[in-house]
Ligand binder design. Structure first.
Ligand code: 5GP
Length: 142
């Protein structure tokens, strides 16, 4: 599937790049949460995180870490940094090409996550143990 990010990576749509290597690129988000909002994107146009190979996945996090530090050093207002990935449409992914948001945060900047009322009632330990068991089993399966 051709997405806007594929077009940007292929030079067919404009973007303000901050980094590019053989596996990963980073450019400014067109609609920043705060000034300095960067998207770290694999060159390979895959939709979901688990479709990425280990090296590219690792490179994305290395580049995100470097950009996080660069934002802090850049002079752009920054009191903290969020790294955020929406992996799948239900998780809020709008562009079906893996990307990691790296953006500066400022106290009172208005960005936040919204929680359902049930979030505020902690689940019983048995529920956490059951979920952990399910995930462990899935981790161990080939
Ligand atoms: P998502 O909601 O999928 O996690 O994030 C998609 C991001 O892509 C949004 O923050 C949105 O502003 C950004 N975006 C959408 N279209 C473009 C574009 O044409 N250029 C750039 N640089 N960013 C885009």
């Amino acid at each position: 599937m051709s997405t806007i990010f594929k077009k940007i990576l292929d030079g067919e749509a404009p973007a303000s790049f901050v980094y590019r290597d053989d596996r990963v690129a980073a450019f400014m988000d067109i609609q920043p949460v705060n000034p300095g909002h960067v998207l770290v994107v694999p060159i390979e146009p895959v939709e979901l995180l688990h479709e990425l190979d280990d090296d590219t996945c690792g490179r994305m996090m290395q580049v995100a870490r470097a950009i996080s530090l660069a934002i802090r050093r850049s002079g752009i207002p920054c009191e903290g940094v969020n790294l955020l990935m929406a992996d799948g449409e239900a998780a809020g992914q709008e562009v079906p090409h893996v990307h990691l948001h790296v953006f500066p945060r400022l106290a009172g900047d208005g960005f936040g996550l919204k929680f359902a009322p049930r979030y505020y009632k902690l689940p019983p330990r048995a529920d956490l143990d059951a979920a952990a068991s399910q995930i462990r089993a899935a981790l161990e399966s080939p």
